[in-house]
Design a protein around this ligand. Structure first.
Ligand SMILES: [Zn+2]
Length: 251
């Protein structure tokens, strides 16, 4: 016969054993979940790499400072690249915005045309220097880690904003913010329908995330000139895919 004291000790031991067992189960399931996640994200990264087309660049798309220059994660700008013809934008904007002269003139035409259709557009961001981009990217990395930061933002040198040919647009409904819902606003719909007439394309379209390496950004426009913008729009392709298909042809 066990004494009451012995019974109590055995019960206590069993309790500890149970707690230990539970902790082991929790630890093992957390570890295996982490492992699965790691594996699938590695798999996705590999897939992402596979779908990036090899872009054949011509003189215009490869030339530094060219209106048609392709700038992305694989084709970065040098850290010391600063466009020589930046001008202050005299359009409605969230903050002072600078762009290259030709792109600024085209954007002015676009804002005027939108205004005639009863649409008020606003610029959120235009030219950003290599140093500006480094500050932005570092902040995103701190907040969300490098992988996610790289999908929604650019490392310095890899941003089109350094070309002075890219602009982020917004409208009053979004209080000047950059959100995917811009696509559903009357301003966003107008931009999607008319940007190419002023030489701009929506650079990171929906469905091209694995090629561009960026999530859908209905607000980010890139100036490439009217002729080319119309062709890219008509093709239904993102810029990389368009250049991959037609890039060898002389314009
Ligand atoms: Zn942008």
């Amino acid at each position: 016969m066990r004494t009451k004291q012995q019974n109590a000790i055995i019960l206590k031991r069993r309790q500890w054993l149970l707690i230990g067992l539970l902790m082991l189960i929790v630890f093992l399931s957390t570890a295996s979940l982490h492992f699965i996640k790691e594996q699938s994200s590695r798999h996705q990264t590999q897939n992402k790499k596979k779908t990036v087309p090899v872009v054949t660049l011509n003189d215009k798309t490869a030339e530094s400072g060219s209106i048609e220059q392709l700038v992305n994660k694989e084709h970065p700008l040098p850290s010391n690249y600063v466009p020589s013809d930046l001008v202050d934008l005299s359009l409605k904007s969230v903050r002072p915005v600078r762009m290259r002269k030709e792109a600024a003139a085209a954007l002015t035409k676009m804002f005027d045309a939108a205004s005639r259709d009863g649409i008020t557009l606003s610029a959120n961001s235009g030219y950003r220097s290599y140093a500006d981009q480094k500050t932005i990217f570092d902040r995103h990395v701190q907040n969300m880690g490098e992988a996610k930061a790289n999908a929604i933002s650019s490392k310095p040198g890899e941003s089109e904003h350094q070309t002075g040919l890219a602009v982020d647009l917004t409208c009053a409904e979004l209080n000047g913010d950059l959100q995917e819902t811009f696509a559903n606003t009357s301003a966003g719909k107008w931009v999607a329908a008319h940007a190419q007439d002023y030489g701009y394309i929506i650079r990171f379209p929906k469905g091209s995330e694995r090629i561009t390496g960026y999530t859908y950004e209905p607000w980010h426009l890139r100036y490439i000139g009217v002729d080319l913008a119309k062709k890219v729009k008509k093709s239904g392709l993102c810029y990389e895919a368009y250049l991959n298909k037609y890039g060898k042809q002389a314009k």
